[in-house]
Design a protein around this ligand. Structure first.
Ligand code: PLP
Length: 473
């Protein structure tokens, strides 16, 4: 593709994206296709000869768009609703053009240094302790896995050198999470070879927060049994309800038993850039590590997760391995990303975050998050004052857990009713919701996090929910 053709189709595709956003409200949020529909329309073998760009671009509308679930749709309220933004998309475009592999400082000085500076900006915006240094990974799952690896390196049991299998000298290492923690922590534990047996799930209180007394008792019990407790993962903003573990009370326990405290703030961390929400991170100034995902609630395109870590030396000890062909004269003076993780090459992700922060500014980003929380509170107030609906959990941020509970319906029938309402809303294509189970009760979740979501969209999904309820009654 010569630059002339690149310029022509580049302009055309930017226009295409702008039109997509201008008309996204008219598209069904959930892909209205059946499994296999797209595959059936694609040739099973690759093209032998190149095809004209016109044809490829026209297939975007014909094949790809109908098979998309539109995460960028302002009525996407499922999971954690997240969205990209204009400056983020342009940053991603440049990253693809530069195509840097930021494995060493010299292979991408811009990526390495921009990452360090941008993550320090974000640290300041969140009010995090200056002792925490940031590093970018793709997802929170991977960030947390790296944090646990660093914590494990800190137990000084020669695990890097000798591994964990076939070692009668190695006690069972223990890591603690709440029953509401994200499954990514368990996957990290499995990946690191610690085994699911290493993971102890601590019960939660009535508001789905880790029970600190139960945590203290579990640590004591494990020590008496000869196990080696080494890490606690607290969650600020759990996936089901956005509940916030009492980190301030967990800190002294970790200090008493010399345990690494990792905080999973993948979703909620962004909210801390809003001054009045900063208390959600109370106690986190003493954490050993914390993960937050700008790709969740900071208008940065997927993927970009940030791990803040107080012990970069341990992270480096866990992962650094520099063969001859990667040695450079400046290596002692600079940071090389590949020393801090499993990947060698790393994408230039900091660029899009730098552009997002510069374009919106701290105040602009905070204003959007504040508005999302206002909209969630408004929705919750409608639920609370409606006779046929009830809230199922506290809503500290922009996630509301609720269900329909009309009089005359037995508790046993409510799961089926709410599931039917959710499927009805989702099948309409006009909004997308997801669910969880709280105290074994099917609960609907409405998450607000899209940069284009307005009060009118929230009002519309509330009307849709009520319309569905009337049909099921
Ligand atoms: N932690 C929490 C609290 C989450 O809610 C999620 C995803 O929703 C994750 C971790 C995993 O995020 P990622 O997709 O970036 O791995």
């Amino acid at each position: 593709m010569d630059t002339e053709e690149f310029r022509r189709f580049g302009h055309e595709l930017i226009d295409w994206i702008a039109d997509y956003f201008d008309h996204i409200d008219d598209l069904p949020v959930l892909a209205a296709i059946e499994p296999g529909d797209l595959k059936a329309q694609l040739p099973p073998a690759p093209p032998l000869h190149g095809e004209p760009m016109e044809q490829i671009v026209s297939d975007l509308d014909r094949l790809i768009v109908p098979a998309l679930t539109h995460w960028s749709h302002p009525s996407f309220f499922a999971y954690f609703a997240t969205s990209t933004s204009g400056p983020g998309i342009l940053g991603e475009l440049l990253t693809a053009a530069f195509d840097n592999k930021a494995m060493l400082w010299r292979t991408s000085p811009a990526s390495t240094e921009l990452e360090e500076v941008t993550l320090d900006w974000l640290r300041q915006m969140m009010g995090l302790d200056p002792g925490l240094t940031g590093i970018i990974y793709d997802t929170a799952s991977v960030s947390s896995m790296h944090a646990i690896a660093a914590a494990r390196e800190g137990v000084e049991q020669r695990i890097r050198e000798d591994g964990m299998s076939g070692r009668p000298d190695l006690p069972l290492l223990r890591i603690y999470i709440s029953e509401q923690a994200h499954s990514s922590i368990e996957k990290g534990v499995i990946t690191l070879g610690l085994g699911q047996r290493a993971l102890r799930k601590i019960p939660t209180d009535a508001e789905f927060r880790m029970d600190v007394r139960a945590l203290a008792a579990a640590i004591e019990e494990d020590k008496r049994a000869g196990y080696l407790p080494f890490c606690v993962v607290a969650t600020v903003g759990t996936t089901s309800t956005s509940s916030i573990d009492p980190v301030r009370e967990i800190v002294p326990l970790c200090e008493e038993h010399a345990l690494w405290l990792h905080v999973d703030a993948a979703y909620a961390g962004s909210a801390a850039i809003v001054p009045e929400f900063r208390p959600i991170l109370a106690g986190c100034d003493r954490a050993d590590s914390l993960v937050t995902n700008p790709h969740k609630w900071l208008f940065t395109p997927f993927d970009l997760s940030v791990l803040y870590c107080r012990h970069m030396d341990l992270l480096k000890r866990a992962f650094s391995l520099v063969p001859e062909y990667l040695k450079t004269p400046e290596q002692e003076k600079v940071r090389s990303g590949s020393d801090y993780g499993i990947q060698l090459g790393r994408r230039f992700r900091a660029l899009k975050l730098w552009m997002v922060i510069r374009y919106f500014g701290h105040e602009g980003l905070a204003a959007r998050i504040r508005e999302h929380v206002r909209l969630a509170n408004l929705f919750a107030s409608w639920v609370e004052s409606a006779a046929d609906w009830e809230l199922m959990a506290a809503h500290p941020l922009a996630l509301v857990c609720f269900r329909s509970h009309p009089s005359g319906f037995a508790e046993n029938d409510l799961d089926a009713l709410n599931e039917a309402i959710m499927h009805g809303v989702n099948a309409s294509g006009r909004a997308l919701l997801s669910h969880t189970k709280l105290n074994d009760k099917l609960t609907l979740r409405l998450s607000i996090g899209n940069i284009r979501t307005t009060e009118a969209h929230v009002r519309a999904v509330w009307d849709l929910l009520n319309e569905q309820l009337r049909r099921k009654q």
